[in-house]
Design a protein around this ligand. Structure first.
Ligand code: ZN
Length: 214
């Protein structure tokens, strides 16, 4: 039987959990901001998939300026213009380029400028290594994984050896399909700590009543 004291404690925990979820999911204006730019032609819906994946799994707020019809042909040369486009309030900028003639790069990260460029044309062209998803879904997942890894490197995360982790550096094209779409728990915790975000479901100690603090 629940006593009055138990009910009060239970109510306090439920209210605190609700408060924490609101902080993790609803307070998007307080999150670190990432700019997501599109250059050339990329598959329909891809920019939205990447935005939602980053916002859900990294607790960042993604802002997308108007798409640019011109693809990026020289990654190193494009960095200066992209850096100028990255507003001072943005943590970093992730550029997705399609329609490019660059075939030898899946992407490149520029930590000093806080810029990453993903070559969607190259990621689309990799032969299929999954049989249970459509071609379109397979490409979406590749870009989501490499977007997570690019942002991870830009905030200072090291590569991760786990095949289940998006921070793993693929040793070959096939590993892009076999590795995880999200971070492993240690990388997830490290990224949230670096971003100053709360892990969903975790109640900050200072918000707990003294009776339930660890
Ligand atoms: Zn990891």
């Amino acid at each position: 039987m629940l006593t009055t004291r138990h009910c009060s404690l239970f109510t306090a925990i439920v209210l605190l959990a609700g408060c924490t979820l609101a902080r993790a999911d609803g307070d998007i204006e307080s999150r670190k901001r990432v700019a997501l730019t599109v250059h050339g032609q990329i598959p329909a819906g891809m920019a939205d998939r990447v935005r939602i994946h980053l916002e859900l799994n990294l607790a960042v707020a993604v802002r997308s300026p108007a798409p640019n019809k011109t693809p990026i042909e020289d990654f190193d040369e494009a960095v200066e213009a992209l850096a100028a486009q990255r507003a001072a309030t943005n943590l970093c900028l992730l550029a997705l380029t399609g329609s490019t003639t660059v075939t030898n790069l899946r992407g490149r990260v520029y930590p000093k400028e806080k810029i990453a460029i993903l070559n969607v044309s190259r990621l689309v062209a990799i032969p299929s290594n999954l049989e249970d998803v459509t071609d379109n879904e397979r490409v979406m997942r590749r870009v989501e994984k490499e977007a997570m890894r690019a942002i991870g490197h830009l905030i200072g995360m090291p590569p991760c050896p786990s095949i289940r982790c998006a921070m793993r550096t693929p040793r070959n094209d096939a590993e892009i399909d076999s590795k995880g779409r999200n971070f492993c728990p240690p990388c997830h915790q490290k990224a949230f700590s670096m971003l100053g975000a709360h892990l969903p479901g975790a109640i900050p100690t200072q918000l707990m009543p003294p009776a339930v603090r660890p």
